[in-house]
Design a protein around this ligand. Structure first.
Ligand code: F58
Length: 834
């Protein structure tokens, strides 16, 4: 028998069978992979494609999670554990295989088993399509929290939507972004288990009617116009080095069986199918982070669908355990990941009152005891509001309840202030009367939650004093800060094998679960041998990225140049155009004086623009256009390289963070709630050039001002400058270099002679500059100069790099989840089997 044949011994031998599914020796893993290839895929090794092998391996890994998953569920059930439910419209999990191998601690054995089969683990890892069920930071944060909750052995369920199409794939054609549908389910998804029996029928539309029940109580009956069925799909989420496997439960929409009854019997086959398609549309696509989504009925329906399925599921589990609904809030702590799931407040209220006949004031007490709300943005245009007419059309009963809650709430306000302060009432009301009436979801989230948090110290402070000021005046004790964090498993241990190994050799491997331990790397900052090894490890990561960029962009990079990276969604407030203007000014400098001494730099950009965000798309085009010219210019001779890596996502992020020397965190102060990319770069040894915005402030505090390149206005200076009447033309008048950079962008040089291609961008900067790009330009340029000088001293740069990694402890999502668990959710660890 050849090494690549299924091994008969493993099949059908009862006590051996167990081992094949669960064991983790190289030999067992090899047999298990072959077994799954044959029995799950129906393939022989001789004809198996890399994707077949990937699937066989994925099932092999999943097998090793399943018994732990069941043990975890039993532990939670036995201990009646209080459970955190993370409600989120987005979970940007990233590929599962790599992180599961790390968390199960079977990476090396799997690699050996595959090698025995003549296969390469890295090649198989590349086969996994990315489950891109999120737009950016908010969705990725939810994924990092799921990782940490499992690692910390905390009882938790993530609830969301199983979108058939996640975030679009970005292609770059002639420098422009083109959106392509993401078909992540095309080859099946080995990480999920469909639960066809676990379904809920979710009502929509229709009307309500009052009636008196058999006890003489006034009640309301909602007669919906249509019903959509939610089906559960479960993905196990493995903790690192523990037996805990938590549950991510995503809902897919389908038509209920009876969908076609009437239409079908009447012979209207197409009508019946139409209805089915309409139902399935509900979980069809993730909304890309577009400007102004009010009016998108389907999105409102998605939100309701998700939270209704989730709450019905929680109620089901709770009642099954023999408990009554009056203790619902003692069993569940539900976190609202921004306002997208905030309808849960009204839905739980409705389910308790209408369906379970809980008395109204008790029901409201349960609701307020259940929910807590995380705000992720200060941008006023991103605060969700729904036209009342749309809201009432989709959710007539919820609109009634909204008015009731609002009335009670505003009375509470009047009593508190003993005055009829119409201005205050108008600002706090759940309804905005401004032309047409709008439902304010952030206000609903504040009123229905016991705790409200921002995601970095500055952000929480700005919530308290600006966006949510009136709520803070009313309930100061509800507010708290929990600064974001990121998973060290995915973003250091998995993403950066070279640095992880070096760190492990120096201080052991416990840092993977206790990131504060990295602090002891500080003892090596003057150890020349260690610093050399550090540089070598980082160079490996740079080579890997250079290879990827060669393949994707066709551009050759110099791995010894300074890799300067800005990867994140493209948005004016994040100021990719500030970076670009600086690049153009460096280009001008080199053209004016080709002999000028400048450290070789590679500028790496990545990020998607919302499909309808014209200016963001123009910024992408401008970056690509500038890249095209600079990379071809013989005068530059490779001293500047510019690349825009298409389709920034979790998979290629794992290549970029470890390879960056400099992390660009240059948003206008007061705009970026936290940022999490800033933490991922820092964790991998990049130095940061950044403003006093979001978590940058805390990063700088942690690492020390001498290890951080700070520039620009702070949030209060931004306010003052606006107040004084900011005029970008005045800045331009005093800055020749800046003017020349803008003029070059206008000249047509970067547009094959087409003047005016970028004029929307440049005119906006010249005449409005809403994000103060020009105001911060000189400070940015100066700091970048300091970066260049620092780079010339490799020993100093490397010391700073080590200092950054040594101080990332507090940016682990483990720390963030601990804080939520203690201060917000009041949950504790429940180790499996204990
Ligand atoms: C992000 N928000 C913040 N929203 O911008 C970032 O500062 C923060 O670090 C992160 O949340 C985590 O707290 C964000 O990603 C979205 O993507 C929304 C999704 C739904 C549509 C509107 C944008």
């Amino acid at each position: 028998m050849s090494a690549a044949e299924p091994d008969g011994k493993a099949d059908g031998v009862a006590n051996n069978h167990e081992r094949t599914r669960t064991g983790s020796s190289v030999d067992t893993l090899r047999r298990a992979i072959l077994d799954n290839l044959f029995y799950v895929q129906g393939r022989f090794p001789e004809v198996a494609t890399p994707n077949d092998w990937y699937l066989a391996l994925a099932y092999t890994v999943r097998d090793r999670m399943l018994h732990r998953w069941i043990d975890t569920a039993q532990t939670y059930k036995r201990t009646q554990a209080r459970t955190a439910c993370y409600l989120s419209a987005e979970f940007l999990m990233g590929p599962h295989l790599g992180v599961n191998l790390i968390n199960l601690e079977i990476w090396d054995n799997v690699k050996k088993a595959l090698a025995e089969l003549g296969l390469d683990l890295l090649e198989l890892l590349d086969q996994e399509p990315e489950p891109g069920l999120g737009n950016g930071g908010l969705g990725r944060l939810a994924a990092c929290f799921m990782d940490s909750l499992a690692t910390l052995e905390m009882p938790a369920i993530g609830y969301g939507i199983r979108y058939e199409f996640g975030i679009f794939d970005q292609r770059i054609e002639d420098g422009w972004q083109v959106e392509v549908t993401d078909k992540w389910l095309l080859h099946g998804n080995p990480w999920e288990l469909a639960r066809p029996k676990l379904t809920f029928d979710i009502p929509f539309g229709g009307s309500t009617e009052g009636y008196t029940d058999e006890h003489g109580q006034q009640r309301v009956c909602w007669t919906p116009e249509r019903v959509v069925r939610g089906i559960a799909y479960d993905t196990p989420v493995m903790g690192y080095g523990v037996d805990t496997v938590n549950l991510l439960r995503l809902w897919k929409a389908e038509a209920p069986e009876s969908f076609d009854f009437a239409a079908f019997n009447a012979g209207d086959y197409y009508g019946a199918v139409d209805k089915k398609i309409m139902s399935e549309n509900l979980s069809k696509v993730l909304y890309p982070n577009d400007e102004g989504h009010a009016g998108k009925r389907l999105r409102l329906e998605q939100q309701y669908f998700m939270v209704s399925c989730a709450l019905r599921d929680m109620i089901r589990i709770h009642l099954k355990s023999g408990s009554g609904l009056d203790s619902f809030h003692e069993k569940y702590a539900c976190q609202l990941n921004d306002t997208h799931p905030a309808l849960a407040i009204l839905e739980l209220f409705r389910l308790l009152i209408d369906d379970h006949r809980v008395e109204t004031s008790l029901a409201w007490e349960i609701v307020r005891g259940t929910f807590s709300y995380t705000n992720h943005t200060l941008l006023p245009e991103a605060l969700e509001k729904w036209p009342v007419s749309l809201f009432g059309g989709v959710l007539p009963r919820h609109l009634e309840l909204l008015y009731e809650v609002n009335e009670l709430f505003l009375d509470e306000v009047r009593i508190k202030y003993r005055a009829h302060d119409e201005g205050r009432i108008a600002k706090l009301s759940l309804i905005e009367e401004n032309g047409g009436s709008l439902v304010r979801m952030a206000n609903l989230a504040c009123v229905g939650s016991h705790t409200i948090n921002g995601v970095a110290q500055l952000h929480t402070e700005l919530l308290r004093t600006t966006v949510l000021k009136d709520f803070h005046d009313l309930w100061p004790a509800k507010f708290t800060n929990v600064t974001n964090g990121v998973s060290p498993r995915r973003f250091l241990r998995l993403a950066n094998p070279w640095l992880s190994q070096l760190i492990g050799g120096a201080i052991g491997c416990d840092w993977v679960r206790d990131l504060e331990q990295l602090k002891s790397l500080e003892q090596y900052v003057d150890d020349r041998g260690f610093l050399d090894d550090w540089r070598k490890a980082r160079r490996q990561a740079k080579l890997r990225l250079a290879k990827l960029i060669k393949a994707r962009n066709g551009v050759t990079l110099d791995p010894d140049s300074l890799f300067d990276a800005q990867v994140k969604r493209i948005h004016e407030y994040k100021r990719q155009h500030l970076n670009l203007l600086h690049i153009v000014s460096l280009y001008n400098r080199l053209k004016d004086d080709p002999s000028s001494d400048m450290v070789p730099r590679t500028f790496i950009f990545g990020g998607k623009a919302a499909p309808s965000y014209r200016l963001a798309k123009l910024i992408i085009k401008a970056i690509n256009a500038v890249a095209d010219v600079i990379n071809r210019d013989p005068d530059i001779d490779g001293r500047l390289r510019v690349v825009f890596l298409p389709n920034f996502n979790v998979s290629n992020a794992q290549y970029i963070y470890p390879a960056a020397d400099l992390s660009e965190q240059i948003s206008l102060a007061g705009k970026e709630a936290s940022g999490t990319g800033n933490m991922k770069f820092m964790m991998n040894g990049a130095l940061t050039i950044g403003t006093l915005d979001g978590a940058n402030i805390e990063i700088r505090d942690a690492v020390g001002e001498e290890n951080f390149f700070l520039f620009g206005l702070d949030a209060s200076q931004v306010g003052q400058m606006r107040h004084a009447g900011y005029e970008p033309t005045r800045v331009l008048a005093h800055d020749d270099e800046l003017r020349a950079a803008l003029e070059l962008l206008d000249s047509g040089l970067f547009a094959h002679g087409e003047r005016g291609l970028f004029s929307d961008l440049t005119a906006n900067l010249r005449h409005a500059d809403p994000y103060l790009v020009l105001a911060d330009f000189a400070a940015y340029r100066e700091r970048q100069q300091a970066v260049g000088e620092c780079w010339r001293d490799p020993a100093c740069w490397t010391r700073m790099s080590v200092a950054n990694v040594a101080n990332t402890g507090r940016f682990s999502s483990d720390r963030a989840v601990h804080e939520y668990a203690e201060r917000v959710w009041k949950i504790s660890a429940k180790p499996v089997g204990k």
